[in-house]
Design a protein around this ligand. Structure first.
Ligand SMILES: [Zn+2]
Length: 249
């Protein structure tokens, strides 16, 4: 791998437009709890694992490009833009992941302001949704199950970055990642997406760049985009222009 030249940070909010269910471990749930709990921090607050975001964005990008090396497995070629961003699957010697997506934690203040009135005692962070499968012959509901989900309207703090190395096609990498974020907005995160769950939107995105010199000088990053929405038309072109300026120095 070539010399490290700097890093682009993409930070902002993930707003839930519909309820979100990212499954947690059932073992951690007390007896009498829900059938299908969501993943939570040790304090019992739901969060979005970075791995869920990364996996979904990668998958959407590969599907769009018809990259399908082995049935169901991520690409491992080490050369395509998806591998360059997310790393070559099962063969780390080809290329490392340039993208880091942190866990996205719930904005608790925002949650209390929006939902505090619905919870009488201590604040809770999820709703229960009972679902049925309709028996085609009898026309009645059977197998009711309870899904736990984070309610629509909740907000999570999103934090990601892309590392760049000498010789990288900066424009292509940024464009591809933003394309994946845009596709995620029209797809879904977590489980039961085709039944309405997991519709999300990125809001208030900020972009910062930190060239390599910063790490041994002032350790500062430069803001190159603020309050950006992915629907803004020319964001990528403008960002890339500034990004290249800073990385060139
Ligand atoms: Zn590949």
């Amino acid at each position: 791998m070539n010399k490290f030249i700097g890093r682009l940070f993409i930070e902002g909010d993930i707003r839930l437009l519909t309820g979100l269910h990212i499954g947690g471990s059932r073992e951690t749930v007390e007896i009498g709890g829900l059938d299908n709990p969501v993943i939570k921090t040790i304090e019992g607050i739901p969060y979005i694992p970075g791995s869920s975001l990364k996996g979904k964005i990668r998958c959407l990008l590969e599907r769009a490009r018809n990259i399908n090396p082995k049935e169901g497995e991520p690409c491992g070629c080490g050369k395509c833009e998806v591998c360059l961003l997310f790393g070559s699957h099962n063969d780390k010697t080809k290329t490392l992941s340039r993208v880091i997506i942190r866990d996205s934690f719930l904005d608790q203040e925002d949650f209390k302001n929006n939902f505090g009135k619905y919870f009488d005692r201590d604040i809770e962070y999820t709703e229960e949704k009972t679902e049925n499968i309709i028996d085609r012959i009898a026309g009645t509901a059977r197998y009711p199950r309870t899904m736990e989900r984070v309610p629509a309207g909740a907000k999570f703090k999103f934090s990601s970055s892309i590392a760049f190395y000498e010789g990288d096609d900066v424009e292509k990498l940024v464009k591809t990642f933003v394309e994946g974020m845009r596709m995620l907005e029209d797809d879904y995160l977590g489980g039961s997406g085709t039944r309405g769950y997991g519709h999300i939107k990125f809001e208030n995105l900020s972009f910062y760049v930190k060239p390599y010199e910063s790490y041994y000088k002032d350790n500062q990053r430069k803001e190159i985009g603020k309050s950006v929405a992915l629907t803004d038309k020319d964001i990528v072109e403008e960002l890339v222009k500034e990004l290249k300026e800073v990385l060139k120095k």
